[in-house]
Design a protein around this ligand. Sequence first.
Ligand SMILES: C[S@@+](CC[C@H](N)C(=O)[O-])C[C@H]1O[C@@H](n2cnc3c(N)ncnc32)[C@H](O)[C@@H]1O
Length: 295
Amino acid sequence: MRSRKKTFGGSWTAEKLACVRDYLIGFNLALRNQSFERVYIDAFAGTGYVELRQEDKHRQYSFLEVTESEAEAEAFLKGSALQALEVDPPFHRFIFIEKSPRRAKELQQLQASHPHRRIETLKGDANVRLTGLCSERWQGRRAVCFLDPFGMAVSWDTLEVIAETHSIDVWYLFPLMGVTRLLRNDGDIGAPLRKRLTKLFGANDWEDHFYSTFTQGSLFGDDVELIQKTAGVKRIRAYFLERLRTLFPAVARNPKLLCNARGTPLFLLFFAASNPSPKAKRLALRIAENVLGSS
Ligand SMILES: C[S@@+](CC[C@H](N)C(=O)[O-])C[C@H]1O[C@@H](n2cnc3c(N)ncnc32)[C@H](O)[C@@H]1O
């Protein structure tokens, strides 16, 4: 029997949430006896629960298909914001950023069920809000920020301001499938989409990494220059790791590949830490690379 399909979610949702949650636990345990204020920032926070709503169908993301039984399992999953609130030892402060007013309202309601947690919900665009937050004084504070956008919503400038704090660790669910789809086989990518890719990667040399040109003799005896797409998961992963290393002093070497139920690669889960102290880098990488496992 063929199962019906639903959008948004899948076992990759549980995998990404488990990685981030396990890091939060390790992070808080490691810093519990230090004087830092520990902050959790969820920049695309959702509602606190994993949602499976049809209205979330995003044209670009209609490939996020899961079977009905998987979707039902996901329906009971706590989302990143709620999982972070329940981490023990707890964070001192929680900052939830959400663009949708309805979801932001649901996030605000988490305060009532978690009266002992200090929660701030910021409505608006994550890039704008994070830029504001990162311009604050970060001395004496350590944070973990989760970037879990629907698509290519995180701009490179935002990663830059996060890295400049020297205090914030980042988990970034990178839209691998979204990028793969934009990288057309014939290399004929229109100017607006080129701009989007450059904004995502923070550099315009992605084309050199993802395409190669070669010449071939035509039927008429002259040489024609052809373009060939060389970008696959491995190349995109390697290029983005290289890009992250230009900003962050510590980047986990083993980002996690997340696939849908049919084994189609959807996302890469990256980790980077902005604190340049050797001790902090070692600690962050030890925990992050351990939770990312061997993928
Ligand atoms: C994939 S969901 C996040 C799921 C969440 N991490 C969880 O575990 O439940 C992405 C969320 O980001 C929100 N969003 C989309 N674009 C945004 C933006 N530019 N700034 C802030 N939030 C945005 C959406 O409304 C949605 O709730």
